[in-house]
Design a protein around this ligand. Structure first.
Ligand code: NAP
Length: 473
C-alpha cells in the first residue's frame, strides 16, 4: 500500500515488507519514509490546522459517522487485514473491527458534546462589570503513534478524538502492522475528510520518531506502546502535551465466594486474547487458598482445550505471537521461572512464533515473568490467604492499568475497588474488559492521561476564555 503524505498517496523506492506472522508470507509492502517525508508531513499538518479548525462540529461528526459506516459495511475486509498482519484470529479481528465502528461513532457524538461554560467573573472583587465564558478549541497538530496489537481500534482512539476536536493529525502506525491504519486512513478520505487534515506516514519509529516528536509544530504526542519507546519520547518531546498509554502486568484476585466457573472462563479468555499481546491481558491471578485447587484445575483444563494455529481458520482460538523473536523471549522467561522453581501446568514449548497458552504456579517473585509485562500467552497462579495480602501483592508491580476481582461479597468488592492501585478495577470480570467510551489509562509505568473518547477529546482541545469588560453593566 502507499502512504498518505501531503495531499496524496505516495510510494517510495525503499519499502518495508508486511508479513503474516503465522507463515511468514508476504502480505504487502509499505513505503519506508525518510526525513524529507517527515518534513512534508509536518509542514502539511501545520498548514492544515486551519482547514481542520474551520470544519463545523456538524462536518466533523458527519465525517466520523461516515467513516464508521464504511467500516461497518466492510467488517470482513477490515478483519481480514487485522488478522493477517497481526496476531489476532479472524474472530478476534471481527470484534476489533466492530469496536472501531463504535469508537468512531462515539467520537462523532462527543464532538457534539464538546462544551464550555459561562464564568461568574463577579464572584471575586476585580470581576465586576465583566461577562464571559470559555469554549474548547483545537490544539493544532496531533501526532498519533500506535502499537501493533490493536492495529485498527487503537488508531481510531487517536484519530477519532483528534478530528472531533478540530485538529490535524499525523499517524505513525506500528511498522509490523501498518495496513489496518492505512485502510482506516483511506476510509476517512472516502468519508470526505479534507486533504491534509490526516496523513499516515509509514516507517521505523527508531528512524522517524525523534524528528516527529521533537518538532515544535506538533502540539501533542498521543502515544500507545511500550515503556521503552514511551520513555524515549518523553526525553525528546520538549514543551508539548502528551498522552502515554503504556503496558501492564494485570492482576486478578479470585475470592473464595466467587463464581469459579465464570472466573475461569473469563480469565482464560483474558489471558490468551490476541495471544496475550494485550495491555489489559490477565497475567497474575491470586486465588483464595480454599478454592485454589478447584480454580487451578478448571483453568488448566480450559487452557488445554484451546485450539491454536491458523488465524484465518474459524475454529482457531489463539494465533501466533507477532514474530519469532517475541516468542523466543516469552519462552526464555518461562524457562527462567521454571529454573527458579516455578511449575509448568500447561504450554511452555514454542513452535516458530506460536507459543501455546501457558500456565505456571509457584512462580518466584524474582522471576521476570512475575514482575515484568510478559505481553504473551502466559499466566501465573498464586494461592493467597488474606485479602489485604492479595491486594498488596496485586499492587506490587510497577504497572497499574487494569486490575480485577471476583467475589459475591459486596464488602470484599468495595475493598478491592478501594485498594487496587490502577486506572480501572473490574469486578466479576477479567482485566480484559474495556468499553470504548470509558476513561482508559493507567498509573505508575502504565502511563499518563486517559483515552476513551470524551477524555481524549479533552486532552486534544484546550479551554479558551472570552472575557468582556462592560463598564456600567
Ligand atoms: P512499541 O515497540 O513501543 O511501539 C509502539 C509504536 O512506537 C510503534 O509505532 C513504534 O514504531 C513506535 N516507536 C518506537 N520507537 C519510537 C521512537 N523512538 N520514537 C517514536 N516512536 C517510536 O510497542 P509495540 O510492541 O508496538 O506494542 C506493545 C506495547 O504497547 C506493550 O507494552 C503494550 O502493553 C502497549 N500497549 C498499551 C496500550 C494501552 O492502551 N495502554 C494498548 C496497546 C498496547 P515501530 O513499529 O516502527 O518500531
Amino acid at each position: 500500500m502507499k502512504m498518505l503524505l501531503g495531499h496524496e498517496w505516495v510510494d517510495r523506492e525503499e519499502t518495508i515488507d508486511v508479513r503474516d506472522p503465522f507463515d511468514d508470507s508476504l502480505i504487502d509492502t509499505v513505503p519506508a519514509a525518510d526525513h524529507d517525508d517527515v518534513e512534508t508531513a509536518l509542514a502539511t499538518a501545520f498548514e492544515a490546522r486551519d482547514t481542520a479548525r474551520k470544519m463545523t462540529t456538524y462536518e466533523r461528526a458527519q465525517v466520523l459517522y461516515r467513516t464508521g459506516q464504511i467500516i461497518a459495511g466492510d467488517i470482513e475486509g477490515f478483519a481480514t487485514v487485522i488478522a493477517r498482519e497481526g496476531s489476532k484470529t479472524i474472530r478476534e479481528a471481527r470484534g476489533e473491527a466492530r469496536r472501531c465502528v463504535n469508537t468512531l461513532t462515539i467520537a462523532a457524538e462527543e464532538a457534539k458534546r464538546l462544551q464550555g461554560e459561562t464564568i461568574p467573573f463577579d464572584s471575586f472583587p476585580g470581576g465586576e462589570e465583566r461577562r464571559g465564558y470559555y469554549e474548547r478549541v483545537p490544539i493544532g497538530v496531533v501526532l498519533a503513534i500506535t502499537p501493533f496489537n490493536d492495529p485498527l481500534n487503537l488508531v481510531a482512539h487517536k484519530l477519532g478524538p483528534a478530528i472531533a476536536g478540530g485538529n490535524s493529525v499525523i499517524l505513525k502506525p506500528a511498522t509490523v502492522t501498518p495496513l489496518s491504519g492505512l485502510k482506516l486512513t483511506e476510509a476517512f478520505m472516502q468519508a470526505g475528510l479534507p486533504p491534509g487534515v490526516l496523513q499516515c506516514i509509514t516507517g521505523y519509529g527508531a528512524v522517524l520518531g525523534d524528528a516527529l516528536v521533537e518538532d515544535p509544530r506538533v502540539r501533542m504526542v498521543s502515544f500507545t506502546g511500550g515503556v521503552e519507546a514511551g520513555e524515549r519520547i518523553m526525553s525528546r518531546i520538549g514543551l508539548k502535551k502528551v498522552g502515554m498509554e503504556l503496558g501492564s502486568n494485570s492482576p486478578v484476585i479470585v475470592w473464595k465466594d466467587a463464581d469459579l466457573d465464570w472466573a475461569v472462563e473469563t480469565c482464560v479468555s483474558g489471558a490468551f486474547w490476541a495471544a496475550g499481546q494485550n495491555c489489559i491481558g490477565v497475567q497474575r491471578i491470586y486465588i483464595h487458598r480454599d478454592v485454589y485447587d478447584r480454580f487451578r484445575d478448571g483453568f488448566v483444563n480450559r487452557t488445554k482445550a484451546y485450539r491454536t494455529g491458523n488465524k484465518l481458520d474459524e475454529s482457531t482460538d489463539m494465533g501466533p505471537m507477532i514474530n519469532e523473536g517475541e516468542a523466543k523471549r516469552v519462552e526464555r522467561w518461562v524457562k527462567e521461572a521454571v529454573e527458579k522453581g516455578a511449575r509448568l501446568l500447561a504450554g511452555g514449548t514454542r513452535d516458530g512464533a506460536l507459543v501455546p497458552p501457558t500456565v505456571l504456579e509457584d512462580v518466584p517473585e524474582d522471576a521476570t515473568i512475575h514482575f515484568e509485562e510478559v505481553f504473551g500467552p502466559t499466566v501465573n497462579l498464586y494461592p493467597v490467604d488474606d485479602l489485604d495480602e492479595a491486594i498488596d501483592r496485586a499492587n506490587s508491580a510497577n504497572y497499574g492499568l487494569h486490575a480485577a476481582g471476583f467475589s459475591n461479597d459486596v464488602t470484599v468488592c468495595h475493598r478491592l475497588a478501594a485498594g487496587l492501585d490502577c486506572g480501572s478495577v473490574i469486578l466479576n470480570d477479567s482485566t480484559d474488559y474495556r468499553l470504548d467510551s470509558m476513561p482508559f489509562g493507567g498509573v505508575k509505568n502504565s502511563g499518563l492521561g486517559r483515552e476513551g473518547l470524551k477524555f481524549s477529546l479533552q486532552e486534544m482541545t484546550e479551554p479558551k476564555v472570552v472575557c468582556w469588560y462592560l463598564p456600567g453593566l
